[in-house]
Design a protein around this ligand. Structure first.
Ligand SMILES: C[S@@+](CC[C@H](N)C(=O)[O-])C[C@H]1O[C@@H](n2cnc3c(N)ncnc32)[C@H](O)[C@@H]1O
Length: 284
């Protein structure tokens, strides 16, 4: 395994790219089996470690009284946890998939969450939200679902339009790696065949760090930082400066991490470690 990891890193660093970005086959997630599999992984499976890493980062951007929009909210498993940790914040989950929003509605009801509203709209052109009406934008693993670089640019224009003058945001997505072998290496630990397929499509559909940086600088200004894992740019985080999270948020997140299974713990700490190498600190 270690030798394979070493080889993958060397290839990723030294060789030029051997594949081109290809848009996701299912840009909007409408297929029932895929939604079900994704939802289960988000409630108790492989997504939990990644979610909790992000939730700790998101809490450090959000303040009581804020209106927060989650772009491409999916089944809202991440958003339900975040909403419980931030009861004085109003959250708006935006997604264009009606089936995904049905699942989100169920999850919100099951969790007895009062501070999430759902909106069916296109995140590259959110007709139902007014300019400068949002305090914070968050987005997790959604941007690679867009069909083209042009649509990614439209999304950044939209984020700029929606946010108030103090641009507060946290965006997390996959970045484009150079080699197919790198993708295969990362997929080797995923068991569920739907999640594996979804993960593979996501990594092939990911945008380059360079593209994210260009649009972030052009539309969101200098206060926004971009972080990514190295040597493989598999994860990209774009965010505004953090504040300290509350003691209660810290304890709640820590306690949940303690209950994780070994894979979830590994995912959480790997993400924390690799992003910290690029300067992104986590408070939990
Ligand atoms: C992989 S899911 C991520 C869900 C959630 N944010 C999470 O972290 O689990 C991506 C979501 O983006 C949605 N999506 C893709 N393109 C969209 C668009 N143009 N407008 C709104 N939602 C979109 C999909 O329907 C899907 O629910």
């Amino acid at each position: 395994m270690l030798f394979k990891l070493f080889l993958t890193i060397i290839r990723e660093m030294l060789f030029i790219s051997n594949f081109k970005r290809q848009a996701e086959p299912e840009m909007l997630m409408e297929e029932a089996l895929n939604i079900q599999a994704y939802d289960i992984e988000g409630q108790e499976g492989v997504l939990l470690g990644v979610y909790y890493y992000q939730i700790a980062q998101m809490c450090a951007i959000i303040k009581p009284g804020d209106i927060v929009a989650d772009l491409g909210c999916g089944p809202c498993n991440l958003l339900c946890i975040l909403a419980k940790l931030n009861p004085d914040v109003k959250f708006i989950g935006v997604d264009l998939s009606t089936n995904m929003l049905q699942q989100a509605k169920k999850n919100i009801l099951n969790n007895k969450i009062q501070n999430i509203e759902l909106l069916c709209d296109d995140i590259t052109n959110i007709t139902k939200l007014k300019s400068q009406s949002i305090d914070v934008i968050i987005s997790s693993m959604a941007m690679h679902h867009l069909p083209s670089v042009e649509s990614l640019e439209s999304l950044f224009i939209e984020i700029n339009r929606l946010l108030k003058s103090e641009k507060r945001l946290y965006i997390y997505d996959f970045g484009k790696v150079n080699r197919v072998e790198t993708i295969n290496f990362f997929l080797s630990t995923v068991q569920n065949k739907y999640v594996k397929e979804d993960y593979k499509n996501s990594l092939i559909a990911a945008f380059k760090v360079k593209t994210f940086r260009t649009f972030s600088q052009k539309y969101l200004g200098k206060n926004i930082d971009i972080y990514y894992t190295r040597p493989a740019h598999i994860i990209v985080v774009i965010k505004s400066p953090s504040h300290a999270i509350t003691k209660k948020q810290k304890e709640d997140i820590k306690n949940r991490i303690l209950q994780f299974n070994s894979q979830q713990k590994k995912d959480y700490y790997m993400l924390k470690y690799f992003l910290s190498l690029n300067g992104l600190r986590s408070q939990v």
